[in-house]
Design a protein around this ligand. Sequence first.
Ligand SMILES: [Zn+2]
Ligand SMILES: [Zn+2]
Length: 291
Amino acid sequence: METKETKVLAGAHTSAAGGVFNALLEGQSIAATTIQFFTSNQKQWAGRPLSDETVDAWKRAKDTSGIEVTMSHDSYLINLGCPDEENLFKSRKAFKEEIERCHALDVTYLNFHPGAALKESREACLDKIVESLLELEGVVAKGKTRLLLEMTAGQGSSVGCTFEEVGYIIDRVKDRLPVGVCIDTCHIFVAGYDIRTPEGWETTLQSFDQAIGLSHLYAMHLNDSAKGLGSRVDRHSFLGQGMIGLPCFETVMRHPSLRHLPKYLETPGGPPQWIEELKLLRSYYDKGPSR
Ligand SMILES: [Zn+2]
Ligand SMILES: [Zn+2]
């Protein structure tokens, strides 16, 4: 149960084009209280280390932005469960550099996609992800950033589309690393979890609690879905204009186990649309806890 009323933590994945501090400014321009962003070009292996000027500009912008919680999204190229040795090595190196950039910027959470099995079994992939994470224990310990495994849509061979798979990883690393989970509403819906109604959310949260433990849930991506329940196809839609519908988003803004979590829009419209969607989310939040 919620003991005290906290400020709503809602924002979007904002653009860091031209410098990471721009992600904060864009967040400020849409009245966000939290942002997700890329610390480097997400489509290139070699992430640039951040200069002192970049870090200073970030800190100055953060002080006046009203942004309280920050989350980085790792590069789409990284696969910590990759069966191929060369790409696994590249992935681990890139992920280590990502963690270091998060530490330099004092980023709260690093959201990452667990990995893809490709030609190997899902079990082997999960074990390789665990091994990759444990190998980074020393690096992670140097800062405060918590690593969040994002629930995936289960497209292709990507793992992490069931609470059991993510629970398997969390169980094996949680005593050595600060980890947690980020639920993406579009992803879990197309992975088969029916979150269209408050009752559906209750069932889903019970499964989450059994397989992972609700205390490990730290953040949410709020997206509607262009594709149907269980379709395993990841296409984000505007809130209320996809197959999930608005009751899902009202539930997450009011549910005692979910309303305090930082939430990020990754809907297609960009800043003008996000301003409206954030207004809607705040209006749900302001109705108070659902019980
Ligand atoms: Zn997402
Ligand atoms: Zn997605």
